[in-house]
Design a protein around this ligand. Structure first.
Ligand code: HEM
Length: 422
């Protein structure tokens, strides 16, 4: 069987399986966040923190009938308990929407290792670790810095720029394209894939299938090219990798590539954008970081805590009474690391951004077996992006606060961020 036969057949079969059973699509304004929450509504995208703070006091584990039923814990201790409990909460699907993939997809899931449960998860994750060590990441710092400088060069002479579109998004796109050996000029396509995967979750089944087919067709093109021309990158590594004495299933290779493409871009783009947004509206913090650049690593941890971009989901494995609520098998649990990071029971002055905060055990990168594989890479990109920006553009402010637009869905960051730099 040719590579094409193997991959195409396996992709088509798993794509159809993955979407599973649809539930009723309910949209529109939320009546009460305690009983009808939705992370896809504009009010949530604009500012979820007052909603989360209110729920933490009033109804710490909120519920919704949307998406076929789901829960939203808002206290740190409950979020941590779910993240550590892989016996009762499955990662078979991690994007809360109107389709649940069939149970047979466990323990691998569509995009291993983030969609995998034990025991498979351990080995799928282990495959990725060598590419993301601190040492490997450090090798990419120089090229990342040069790329950030080239982006700032292209802003020269402008008074107002969109820091999300013209700066933040390009940095992780370039880094991940280099690591995977994908053409760097495909950035606009990556953006589309990210939006489809994370923001288009309330679309009808046919549209979602069409989106997923576009992504997998693109990945297939890249895989074909790498089979014909093997090289020293993550794609060739995954095509050649073995698990338990056998090559990876084609759907595993493609699923992991899809995961890295999405997880590698949207998250860091959001974190860079949110940090610049904070500095643009807080001159005292901006001036202090320009004067004391050595404070940047500490400030970055605080930006990650205060504006944690990533929320993941789980599926409840069986009916159970859990911490005061009656969960049903197949209910979603939205695992809000942003809510955990703002819990006053865990952090002093949780709602304030303190750029020299000394003790900061935030959970922006998650907790437990799925903790982020790319955290060293993300931290390097974030540090270099902010270092270069502050060195080259030390004075900047929000050009129009009402024009700032945040992404809806489970990865939150500014998608439009007009800054006055001239
Ligand atoms: C600021 C940027 C980032 C944040 C805040 C972030 C956050 C997270 C979080 C919260 C999880 C846990 C998910 C869960 O429990 O279900 C996770 C997992 C993961 N992240 Fe990141 N991430 C970032 C950047 C990256 C980058 C740059 C990459 C790689 C290119 C990456 C790759 C992954 C992978 C592969 C997993 C799955 C790990 C597993 O299931 O064992 N992330 N990330």
């Amino acid at each position: 069987m040719t590579v094409d036969d193997r991959f195409v057949r396996d992709f088509r079969e798993t794509q159809e399986e993955q979407l599973g059973t649809p539930t009723e699509i309910i949209t529109g304004p939320v009546s009460d966040w305690a009983t009808d929450f939705s992370h896809l509504e504009p009010e949530w995208a604009a500012d979820p923190y007052p909603i989360l703070d209110d729920l933490r006091v009033r109804c710490p584990i909120a519920h919704t009938d949307r998406f076929g039923g789901g829960w939203l814990p808002t206290r740190y201790e409950d979020i941590a308990a779910v993240a550590y409990d892989t016996e009762r909460f499955s990662s078979r699907a991690i994007i809360m929407g109107n389709y649940r993939p069939p149970k047979e997809l466990a323990p691998v899931g569509a995009v291993p290792p983030i969609s995998s449960d034990p025991p498979f998860h351990h080995d799928a994750r282990k495959l990725l670790l060598p590419a993301f060590t601190k040492k490997e990441v450090a090798k990419r710092e120089e090229a990342t810095r040069a790329f950030c400088h080239s982006l700032i060069d292209s802003l020269e002479g402008l008074e107002v720029v969109d820091a999300a579109r013209d700066y933040a998004q390009h940095i992780p796109m370039r880094v991940i394209a280099d690591m995977m050996g994908f053409p760097p000029e495909d950035g606009p396509r990556f953006r589309q894939f990210v939006e489809n995967a994370l923001e288009g979750v309330n679309l009808p089944l046919e549209e979602r299938m069409a989106h997923s087919a576009e992504l997998f067709d693109y990945l297939l093109e890249q895989i074909r090219d790498h089979v014909a021309n093997p090289r020293d990158d993550l794609t060739t590594y995954l095509i050649d990798a073995e698990l338990h004495g056998r090559k990876l299933e084609p759907s595993h290779v493609a699923g992991t590539l899809a995961l890295l493409l999405i997880a590698g871009i949207d998250t860091t783009w959001s974190a860079i954008g949110a940090s610049l947004w904070h500095l643009a509206k807080t001159p005292a913090d901006r001036e202090r970081l320009v004067a004391e650049p050595e404070l940047l690593p500490t400030a970055i941890e605080e930006f990650l805590r205060a504006y944690a971009p990533v929320t993941m989901a789980r599926l409840v494995k069986q009916d159970m009474h859990w911490r005061g609520v009656d969960m049903k098998a197949e209910d979603w649990v939205l695992l809000s690391f942003p809510a955990a990071n703002r819990d006053p029971a865990q952090f002093d002055r949780a709602d304030e951004v303190i750029i020299d905060r000394e003790i900061n055990r935030h959970v922006a990168f998650g907790l437990g077996i799925h903790r982020c594989v790319g955290s060293h890479l993300a931290r390097m990109e974030l540090r270099v992006a902010l270092e270069v920006w502050l060195e080259r553009v030390p004075v900047f402010s929000l050009a129009d606060p009402s024009a700032v637009k945040w992404a809806v869905g489970q990865v939150r960051g500014p998608r439009t961020l007009p800054l006055r730099i001239g």
